[in-house]
Design a protein around this ligand. Sequence first.
Ligand code: GCO
Length: 488
Amino acid sequence: MLRRRDFLTSALASTALAASPLPLVAMKASAQPASVPRLPPAFLWGASTSAYQIEGAVTADGRGPSIWDTFSHTPGRINDGTTGDVACDHYNLYAGDVELMARAGLQAYRFSIAWPRVMPEGTGAVNAKGLDFYDRLVDALLAQGISPFACLYHWDLPQALQDRGGWHNRDIAGWFTDYAQATVARLGDRVKSWAMLNEPSVHAIFGHGFGNHAPGLTGWASYVKAQHHQNLAQGTALRALRAAHSDLMLGTVLSLQPVLPATDRPEDAAAAARFDAAWNTINLDPLFHGRYPAAFEADFAPLVQPGDLAAIRAPLDFLGVNYYGRAHVVNAPDSFLAQASFGPLPPGTHTTAMGWPIEPQGMVEVLARLRDHYGNPLVFITENGACFDDPAPVNGVVIDPQRVEFLRAHLAAAADAIGKGCALQGYFVWSLLDNFEWAEGERRRFGVVHVDFATQKRTPKASLGFLSDVIRGKPGTGIGGAGVASMP
Ligand code: GCO
């Protein structure tokens, strides 16, 4: 995770794609890797995005400002100086993006709802025009047979709520629940799968501890407050939605990574244990066991009121897992994060363009941990993917063999985990589109579809063709094969 480690150490649009089948050259790229074990027929295949990273249109139809608008417009905060003002302009170009997913055979789309579109002030009046956008998006998805998986919060808090303390204010559990209920009241007739939060520990660590993400707050006490109030909001909203709607699949999304000491020094082993608590079990233990990790119980105690832990432990219908790699950790007395920090990778480890380790087996380890210690919940991999320095589009395709290989290896890991009894039900690639990668800006490309940010032209990558073949179970190479060329 280089974004993380970095910090610690240092109007053509999709219409261009419309009719024509995609070129043969993509097929060659996607045919390279070895075959992958087949995944079960009921396995769900999707793509994942988030609102601020793709929508743009930040002042359209009454949307209020979010903490990411404020942060990205603060000089020096975003590495390449970009903002999410336009991003992929998905707000206006969503129909073509949905069409592209349909052509690839994707069955599900995980997106997030922008709280500041629904409630520009964070609380109070609902902005019907903001919800209209998600209405249109959902209808477009359903018309193509794509299941919408909505996430209620992917880090774009209304600035008005930050001004009232944001995730440091305990009242946010109620604010979030009101927003969740208003949103589900409008869309819940068609959207049946709802995640409460995206990666609360990452939002707490980078937005409220290191301060290199919005809202830019720092320190351990800040992290603890943001963490507890996110956990509480998650549980409170989930219980309220469950009470009001019996037909919804309700869950939440965590970033999970196996944590290993980077050396064999005993102090690094101890640091790895603390880091694991601060990144993984800080959410897992309250969610599934109704307690905070023992190492931090005293830090959380002043915030935890009677009933909080029971509220947080609301039974989930599914857990979304975002998996990118393992964390290799060293003791770091100066780090706010439990005096631990990312350390060197094992020699020979391959990395993505972010510098993140490519470790597909870590996905099996995460899922096995859920199986063995958290009751084997129903899981979707809600994010997995990689940033590479892709070449420019040529003849209507981007050849990205490293991403194809990355996906192939992680799908093999998914099949392995299922074979070992993990309740994994689906896989959403991060991301559908190249997008605004938070503090990295637009220079870091994770998409299976290339976006030219100047023209908004979309160009499929070979990796999309590869996924398309996997989904369609093409014979021949196992799952490489006809690639993008066969997309209808
Ligand atoms: C996260 C978020 C995504 C990122 C992706 C790549 O994990 O940070 O959920 O919004 O863009 O993970 O960093």
